[in-house]
Design a protein around this ligand. Structure first.
Ligand code: ARG
Length: 398
């Protein structure tokens, strides 16, 4: 009996021809696993294609809720953005996929896992490190890392092996999508000077006019969104809805130069309307309810969490500790944020919470002012002492 291998299958050209290649080169039974994270692909078609191409079994797993609750929400609570910009849609999905693959390997008694990542990206690192952190005995195979084929050669291989693929549908761009965002590379995007063509956008195609605008209200409980315009919503529906509304205004586009883990720079385009709106709203609500020391200290944690998600270090002791810190910081992050959506932009225009630290009588400049000015002078006197002393000794910096 041949050994079994679990393949992270997407239905695309690379992982489809990989089924044949793995059988030829490793003499294995290929079990294709399709993980539904809210990508718009037709998963049933992909399932059929896997079996047609020779996979001995195929599975579709709906992991959307787990994705949101255990990966997206911790990252939202951490206000995670890699290099202060990228909302991490692709990156945050990888540890979950790795975990599912390892679970399947155990269930099916498979000794190998294969994925379709190339040798140049971050995803190979995230899969490999994720899988090895969960089960170091599993052998990992990345056909695209071993087998250097151009797109034309892949198509030729498919034709020679009677593999049914829809070549005309294959775009020149490399795209990864899930609920949290859409990542786009290749084509003319490989020239950092060249403007992205409108054709690459799908979620943020503008369907509003420059005069349109609307207000939305997002309700949060302990750092996670629970309602939209006062209507309680299931996490999946809320994210999909925000992608839809935000996208219609052209919100959520990002064009950035990014530093990959493996040391090369790449030009990346993202569409993430819901992620952008939720991250901004969450941060604003935190600013209302949390004290300065916590907020400022948390910025450091946020950068570290973002970097670790990007670097594929999810299943690590430090991540465990950081996530606990972040979780603890969210106890009072409950309330409502009001957002104005406009042509190609959005702004938080209001926030309220029963845990608000804002004190009107201290902040106001009108006649209701309760702030006692006499304390300020003494406070500043003490605060400034060290510099007064240095100045007297001629040691002023500047
Ligand atoms: N650069 C991003 C990351 O490493 C996105 C990669 C997405 N892949 C793609 N085929 N567009 O997380």
């Amino acid at each position: 009996m041949s050994e079994k291998l679990i393949l992270a299958y997407s239905g695309g050209l690379d992982t489809t021809i990989a089924i044949k290649w793995l059988q030829e080169n490793y003499n294995v039974d290929v079990i294709a696993v399709l993980i539904d994270l809210g990508q718009p692909d037709n998963l049933q078609d992909a399932y059929d294609r896997a079996l047609d191409t020779g996979a001995s079994k195929a599975y579709i797993i709906d992991a959307k809720d787990e994705f949101i609750n255990d990966y997206i929400y911790p990252s939202l609570k951490a206000n995670a953005k890699y290099e202060k910009k990228y909302t991490l849609a692709t990156a945050i999905a990888r540890p979950l996929i790795a975990k599912k693959l390892v679970n399947f390997a155990q269930k099916e008694n498979a000794s190998m896992i294969a994925h379709g990542c190339t040798a140049k990206g971050n995803d190979q690192v995230r899969f490999d490190v994720g899988i090895r952190s969960l089960n170091p005995d599993i052998k990992i195979i990345a056909p695209m890392r071993v087998w250097k084929l151009s797109r034309e050669e892949e198509i030729e291989y498919a034709q020679k092996n009677n593999i049914k693929i829809n070549v005309t549908k294959k775009s020149i761009y490399s795209i990864d999508e899930n609920l949290w965002g859409r990542s786009i590379e290749c084509g003319n995007l490989e020239d950092p000077w060249s403007e992205p063509l409108e054709e690459i956008y799908k979620w943020s195609k503008i369907r509003k006019s420059e005069k349109d605008n609307e207000y939305i209200e997002i309700g949060f409980e302990k750092g996670v969104p629970v309602s939209l315009n006062s209507e309680k919503m299931k996490p999946v529906d809320l994210i999909l809805r925000l992608n839809e509304i935000g996208g219609s205004y052209g919100i959520g586009r990002l064009d950035m130069m990014e530093n990959r883990l493996i040391g090369i720079k790449s030009r990346e385009i993202y569409e993430a309307p819901a992620a952008e709106i939720l991250l901004e709203s969450h941060r604003e609500l935190e600013s209302l309810v949390s004290d300065r020391e916590l907020l400022h200290y948390k910025y450091m944690i946020e950068d570290k969490v973002s970097e670790m998600i990007y670097y594929g270090l999810w299943f690590t002791p430090l991540m465990g500790c950081l996530i606990k810190f972040v979780e603890e910081s969210q106890k009072y992050v409950s309330g409502t944020v009001r957002i104005k959506l406009e042509y190609k932009s959005f702004n938080v225009v209001g926030r309220k919470s029963e845990y608000s630290m804002y004190d009107y009588s201290l902040a106001t400049y009108d006649k209701n002012d309760m702030f006692d000015p006499k304390f300020s002078e003494s406070f500043i006197k003490i605060w400034g002492y060290p510099y007064e002393i240095l100045a007297k000794k001629g040691r002023t910096n500047g």
